[in-house]
Each structure stands twice: as structure tokens, then as C-alpha cells.
Design a binder for this molecule. Structure first.
Ligand code: ZN
Length: 116
């Protein structure tokens, strides 16, 4: 019997299940197929990155991701993020291959601002 993947809606055999993830704050069990799981593993927690690499809290750094607040430029252009940077920045994730570029852009912006 096949099981439905909660992420992509595709069906897979239970033998393929290697994890049951319980999301923080939610008590629901999630089924995830291997291809979705490998995609998920490519994303890292955005707040961890900004605190460690930039010393900026998630709440503020997420403003660079969407650029919709005046005075905060849109630095997230063409980079891969998951979840809503405006309403749910705590669960915001960034693709691990885009971390370096995002950090570079924010640092560059901060340096420019200091010159003014
Ligand atoms: Zn899937």
C-alpha cells in the first residue's frame, strides 16, 4: 500500500520512509517522500544564519528578504527561501547554497550605509 507525501502529494511505498518529522509547535505527524526530504535538507534555518554570520536578529534580517519595508533594501532577489518572511519569519529557511551570497549582500549594504 502506498502513502501520500504531505509535501508534494505524490505517492510512495512505506519502505521508503526514513523519517517521521514532527514540526515544532505542531503535533501532526508528517509523511515525506525521499525526494522532498532531500530538498528539505538543502534548506537551513534563516535565523540561525543571520545571528551567527551577521549578528542580526531574524526579525530584522527577514526584512532584507522581502524588501517591503522602507529603508530595508530588497537583498533576497533571486535567492531561494522557504516560508513567509513577512508573517512567519521564525520558520523562514534559506537554501544552503544561497547563504554565502545573502550574507555577502547584507554585509555590503551595511558597509555602504556606514560610509554615509
Ligand atoms: Zn514528496
Amino acid at each position: 500500500m502506498k502513502i501520500k507525501c504531505d509535501t508534494c502529494g505524490g505517492e510512495f511505498y512505506p519502505e521508503e520512509i526514513i523519517t517521521f518529522a514532527v514540526r515544532a509547535g505542531e503535533s501532526k505527524v508528517e509523511h515525506i517522500c525521499l525526494s522532498c526530504l532531500s530538498k528539505e535538507l538543502n534548506y537551513v534555518n534563516f535565523g540561525d544564519i543571520t545571528r551567527k554570520k551577521l549578528g542580526i536578529q531574524c526579525q530584522y534580517a527577514s526584512r532584507y528578504v522581502h524588501g517591503k519595508i522602507e529603508g530595508w533594501p530588497y537583498l533576497g532577489k533571486d535567492l531561494r527561501f522557504k516560508n513567509d518572511p513577512i508573517n512567519d519569519y521564525h520558520s523562514l529557511q534559506i537554501h544552503k547554497d544561497d547563504v554565502e551570497e545573502f550574507v555577502r549582500r547584507v554585509k555590503g549594504h551595511c558597509q555602504e550605509r556606514e560610509k554615509l
